[in-house]
Write a protein that binds this ligand. Structure first.
Ligand code: PHE
Length: 346
């Protein structure tokens, strides 16, 4: 009888099943009332008393092994069942979380989209720049306060006595990209440069040391201030709504002459006056002007033949107006609960 039990032990440990029918055959063969185990327990009665202990232990082991194997085979069938259900392409999809665009990206894309519709291309450039592209070529006098450490993050400053006195810095505006475009392309030029810029400002709800800009440049023969005004009016109405009014206030930038700042009628109160526009009815949105001839010449463009206009705006401000988010810092903290609120097709 011991030999029989050993054979069954070997058979059980080698057993495999292909599907529920074979599993049931296994159960019937070993574990059912009329199965082999019942027979063996029947036979056990006739085992001589001297062998009972050893045979009994073996028999119990066989029973345990048969039960364990049955459970193992059954579990195996269930998990392969689950696996095959993954292959069913008609099953509903998992609810994958798709994330969302950052609100600054949404507004930046909207601005780009508006200008692309009237023929502007997109150009990009390095965030780590040299003094030449950020200031000198843009007609900043050597002592201009904007070059001061107060505003500019310097990566390295090289003394003027150095044979190559070039300061490396984080760009404070994306006008530097426009310099690069003017240096590498012949007019007509019609381009916008979106990107991150850096200024050494204390971080608060209304100011940050990193922010985003979109700057525009149009250079061709006979480009006039009227072209600038019409382009900006188009932008304002596309961005803030058909009834938006604009006004240009005289201003100063070293690289444009004449220069102006543009206000739009308040997008919240429509110009009646509210706490967002501080009861003036107007919101300042960008700086602009006619490209200074000295800038054209510095970039090897004939200022007698060509004229151009430029403008530059922050992205955070229209985002704050559009989403009524009044703390700039929220745009940089990347709190998922904040970001999840911005779902768009863009
Ligand atoms: N570069 C300016 C700034 O950063 C904006 C500007 C661009 C103004 C072009 C006039 C013309 O504030």
């Amino acid at each position: 009888m011991l030999a029989k039990i050993n054979n069954f032990l070997a058979e059980i440990s080698a057993a495999t099943v292909n599907g529920p029918d074979e599993l049931e055959s296994f159960r019937l063969k070993f574990l059912s009332k009329k199965g082999l185990l019942s027979d063996l327990f029947e036979e056990f009665r006739n085992v001589p008393a001297a062998d009972k202990k050893e045979t009994g232990q073996k028999l119990n082991l066989l029973k345990q092994k048969a039960l364990d194997k049955y459970n193992l085979l059954r579990d195996g069938l269930q998990s392969s069942d689950e696996k095959s259900s993954y292959n069913d392409l008609s099953m509903p999809a998992f609810p994958w979380n798709h994330g969302s665009r950052h609100p600054i990206s949404i507004i930046r894309n909207e601005i780009i989209n508006i200008f692309e519709r009237i023929g502007f291309t997109v150009s990009e450039g390095p965030e780590i720049e040299d003094d030449d592209h950020v200031f000198t070529k843009l007609n900043f006098a050597p002592e201009h306060p904007a070059r001061d450490m107060q505003d500019t993050f310097y990566v390295s400053r090289i003394s003027p006595e150095d044979s190559n006195p070039e300061d490396i810095l984080l760009r404070t505006h994306t006008s530097s990209v426009q310099v690069r475009v003017m240096q590498s392309h012949k007019p007509p030029i019609r381009t916008i440069s979106p990107g991150r810029v850096f200024r050494n400002e204390a971080i608060s709800a209304r100011a940050h040391c990193i922010f985003h800009q979109v700057e525009g440049l149009y250079i061709d023969e006979n480009v006039s201030f009227a072209d600038l005004k019409q382009t900006l009016l188009f932008y304002a109405r596309e961005m803030f709504g058909r009834n938006t009014e604009i006004r240009l206030r005289p201003s100063y930038f070293p690289f444009t002459e004449p220069s102006a700042e543009m206000d739009v009628s308040c997008t919240i109160c429509g110009g009646k006056g509210c706490n967002v526009c501080k009861y003036t009815g107007w919101l300042e949105v960008l700086g602009c002007g006619m490209v200074h001839p000295a800038v054209l010449e510095a970039c090897s463009i004939d200022s007698k033949k060509y004229t151009g206009f430029a403008f530059g705006m922050g992205v955070e401000r229209p985002a704050m107006l559009k989403y009524q988010v009044n703390d700039l810092r929220l745009y940089f903290e990347n709190d998922i609960r904040f970001l999840e609120q911005f779902r768009t097709a863009f």
